[in-house]
Design a protein around this ligand. Structure first.
Ligand code: SF4
Ligand code: FES
Length: 244
């Protein structure tokens, strides 16, 4: 019985090591055979195992959960582990690291460092009114609809794809991005957080926050978790502009 061969695909990768004095940005093409159900993650693992052990890229979960594998695929930021090669009819995929983040090497960028500073900037934690918690009391009940709305916004995996897609972020290096504004929206809806609209205005009421977004929509178009980013940004903007 003859085994049918898969089509030949080309994965073209921008390679660069910013810490090396001799490294210059350049594309390297890898040709390999497509296998059934092949994701970009599988293709990159094959390249690293069989052709180029020096190729750098990030992965943890392989299931669209950890947010590590964002990269620019044929011009659009996406998760490599959720990218099916079969969806690319030409069989040619050009890969670049996501912009807006510190480049570590090749396709690997430091999203964690950026997320950490954004989290501090938007004070991404529950702020209560300082009262001591009485652990002998029953937990406060929350309306299921409010809990659902909070969990919905908590689905963000901090992949950075909305930031890499964002025209405003490229113009304003300190813009908190859709991920940062989504974080504020998450705490604004959570009744455990006692901050007022004025408090949130202090955090994001400027052009690096809610008033910087130009509504280009690429964040929502590319978010792998399909979060309602533009809705939430519009809601926050309407609420905070009324305070002016
Ligand atoms: S909002 Fe969406 S695109 Fe942005 S970091 Fe979260 S999951 Fe990724
Ligand atoms: S490897 Fe975790 S999201 Fe892709």
């Amino acid at each position: 019985m003859s085994i049918e061969k898969g089509r030949e695909i080309t994965i073209s990768v921008l390679k660069f090591n910013p810490r090396s004095k001799v490294s210059k940005p350049h594309f390297v093409d890898y040709k390999l055979e497509e296998t059934p159900g092949m994701t970009l993650f599988i293709a990159l693992m094959k390249i690293r195992e069989e052709y180029d052990p020096d190729l750098s890229f990030d992965f943890v979960c392989r299931a669209g959960i950890c947010g590590s594998c964002g990269m620019v695929i044929n011009g659009k930021p996406a998760l490599a582990c959720r990218t099916l090669i079969a969806n690319y009819p030409t069989g040619v995929l050009q890969l670049m690291p996501m912009p807006a983040f510190e480049l570590i090497k090749d396709l690997s960028v430091n999203t964690g460092k950026w997320m950490d500073s954004m989290s501090k900037r938007v004070e991404s934690w529950i702020v209560d009114n300082g009262e001591e918690n009485d652990i002998t009391k029953l937990e406060e009940r929350i309306d299921p609809d409010v809990a659902d709305a909070t969990f919905e916004l908590d689905r963000c995996i901090e992949c950075g794809i909305c930031v890499a897609s964002c025209g405003t972020k490229l113009m304003r290096p300190d813009f908190v991005g859709a991920v940062g504004l989504n974080r504020v929206a998450r705490f604004e809806v959570d009744p455990h957080d006692k901050r007022t609209a004025e408090d949130f205005y202090e955090l994001i009421g400027d052009d690096d926050g809610i008033f910087g977004c130009m509504s280009l929509l690429a964040c929502e178009d590319h978010c792998p978790k399909h979060l309602p980013l533009q809705n939430k940004i519009a809601y926050l903007r309407r609420k905070l502009v009324a305070l002016k």
